[in-house]
Write a new protein. Structure first.
Ligand SMILES: [Ca+2]
Ligand SMILES: [Ca+2]
Length: 373
């Protein structure tokens, strides 16, 4: 509060000084940055100079002046010092997933990796086709003689042998006791004519008898032949029975009899030519069925051995025309469905399956032998 009166006095003094040295009636206005009141001086009068006023008493306090105009904006001060680093903020929430970027360029080729361990063996492949028949090998040297085998079982009883020679007459035995009287036999043959006796005494003349029938002069010889034929017939029947039994024996178990034919196997296996040759050497030929009964007999042998056989039928000469070994066209067949198919153009021989059906097959294959006799 004391500042305002001081300033006022100071301002009045300035006005006096100005008045003495400057132009009259001139108002002096001046802003004092430290003053808060505007002082206006009036023009000087033509009177005596006033005293300096120092002896004056302090005047009454003036009224509070009105607020001065806003001062000019000061210039920007220098930047302040950098404050201390703030506390590290918490981790923000993850942002939204960005869109997929473009495919980058191919990278440089990497260094080759180390060689891996060998993998496990794969499964076996399918069985390959049967290879062609190899060439016949050189005959081997004769081996060492083996040890004597065990005594075999007694063989099957043979067929009855031929009738032996008549034995010598035995000694006459003692006379037996008389037996019971037998039945009356049929009339015996007329005996031979006896020797002529000595003439008897002449008898009386008899009466003339009736004329007799004509005699049967050769009857005795015919009857003799008949008996001989009858005997031979009996022997023939016995022989036939014996022969039939003999055939059954020799065809057990590897053969079959159909009518006059006998089908037999020896168990040998070989290609068509080999089988054909063996049957021929044995006095027969490769089995050539001409009807269902004969095919059944062969089928039974096939089933017994559970091995297919080649039969004496082929189309080697003309493809598709099957013939017997003698060149005659076949009169019977028992083909499997869709056979013969001449597979790969190389099936000219005929095998009998274990089902009894036929299939054309390559002649080089090995099959069981069955001959017919
Ligand atoms: Ca063929
Ligand atoms: Ca075939």
């Amino acid at each position: 509060m004391l500042l305002l009166p001081i300033l006022t006095i100071f301002a009045l003094e300035i006005c006096v000084l100005k008045t003495s040295n400057a132009i009259p009636n001139q108002s002096v206005q001046k802003w004092d940055p430290n003053a808060c009141t505007l002082i206006v001086c009036g023009p000087a009068q033509n009177g005596l100079p006033g005293r300096d006023g120092r002896d004056g008493k302090e005047g009454p306090k003036g009224e509070k002046g009105s607020q001065g105009l806003q001062g000019l904006k000061g210039s920007q001060g220098p930047p302040g010092k950098m404050g201390p680093a703030g506390v590290v903020g918490g981790k923000g929430s993850p942002g939204e997933k960005g869109s997929k970027g473009d495919i980058g360029g191919r990278g440089l080729q990497g260094v080759p990796g180390l060689k891996g361990d060998p993998g496990n063996a794969g499964p076996s492949g399918p069985k390959g086709d049967k290879g062609p028949l190899g060439e016949k090998g050189v005959k081997g040297e004769r081996g060492l003689q083996g040890t004597t085998g065990q005594e075999g079982k007694p063989g099957i009883a043979g067929a009855p042998g031929p009738k032996g020679d008549k034995g010598s007459v035995g000694e006459k035995g003692a006379k037996g006791s008389n037996g019971d009287r037998g039945l009356q036999g049929s009339s015996g043959l007329q005996g031979l004519k006896g020797q002529i006796g000595s003439p008897g005494p002449k008898g009386d003349k008899g009466s003339i008898g009736e004329k007799g029938t004509k005699g049967d002069s050769g009857l005795s010889e015919i009857n003799l032949v008949k008996r001989q034929v009858s005997t031979l017939e009996g022997q023939l029947r016995a022989l036939q029975s014996s022969f039939s039994k003999y055939k059954q024996v020799i065809t057990f178990p590897n053969g079959r009899i159909v009518g006059e034919k006998i089908f037999m196997t020896s168990g040998y296996e070989g290609n068509f030519e080999s089988l054909k040759q063996r049957c021929s050497q044995a006095g027969g030929q490769l089995a050539s069925p001409r009807n269902a009964a004969e095919n059944t007999a062969i089928h039974q042998i096939v089933a017994l051995y559970n091995k297919p056989v080649f039969i004496g039928i082929n189309d080697i000469q003309t493809e598709g025309r099957f013939k017997y070994l003698n060149g005659e066209n076949i009169v019977y067949s028992n083909w499997e469905p869709r056979e013969p198919n001449n597979d790969k153009g190389a099936e000219d021989c005929v095998e009998v399956y274990t089902s009894g059906k036929w299939n054309d097959k390559s002649c080089g294959e090995r099959r069981l032998i069955v001959c017919e006799f």
